[in-house]
Design a protein around this ligand. Sequence first.
Ligand code: SAM
Length: 291
Amino acid sequence: KDEQRTISGQTKAILAEAKLGLKKSLGQNFLTDRHIIERIVSAIPLTEQSGVIEIGPGIGALTERLVKQAGSVVGIELDRRLLPVLHQLFATNENISFIHGDALKVDYHQLIHDYLSECKDVHVIANLPYYITSPLIIHLLEGGYPFQNIVIMIQKEVAERLMAQPHTKAYGSLTLFAQYYATVERVTHVSRNVFVPRPQVDSMVVKLTLRNVPPVQTSDQTLLFQIIRAAFQQRRKTLQNALHAQFQSQATKDQLHSWLQTSGIDGKRRGETLTLAEFAHIAKVFAEELR
Ligand code: SAM
């Protein structure tokens, strides 16, 4: 590969100089392809008034581009050993701060208040170990944070779940959860060959654009997600049976049957055939009946 395109030499040099052994447990695979970095960063329309929260900056492959384009950047890095390296790399940049912390535990309202209160729009960029992908997406979406976009690098299979259509294997509660809070678009496929060290799987970058208003109305969001999770927990069961397993202490089978009829949904269907709007119809009737 031509030198212009890749920064793997630079990445290795930084790591060697800092004498850092990489932590596999923290998913430390660093991006080294300028084109991919460019595509990820340009997925967000950044201006001088934008704030970016970068989760897991590592040794700054994406950060380097972000500081040039955004007004302010905050990097949250869990590996304490990387903070002096990051501080040194970005010593001359005034628009970046680094925080040592766990992205799953950060209070983003506080973070925005402390570091990005002047920004007009706030975005998140994350390239993280895959085992925290789903919890992180849930944490970021559920928190009610004023993010405009979340651009996240994830395992291909999770990306497929986020963008799945009904009647497919990938369609599930994560699909509907994401759909409730955001629209999801594919940004780019990322080959395992553009990382140092090389991971075991290929990745996908997706962009979640947060909605101002949910696409369905519900008086009880918790109940809506409880119904959705129940419907997919036992995917092979009919909706009627799956919901019975969840709500048996609150309703008889006959009652559930008639509630489903009232919602206009055939209880013999399987969860994977229902749209978010149909789940919302069910939640509406259940909310009234369970009151
Ligand atoms: N963004 C860099 C890049 O693209 O080259 C690094 C990506 S590397 C896959 C993931 C980074 O996230 C590592 O630097 C790791 O230490 C950090 N990390 C892992 N778990 C984290 C967590 N819970 N919160 C914040 N950072 C985390």
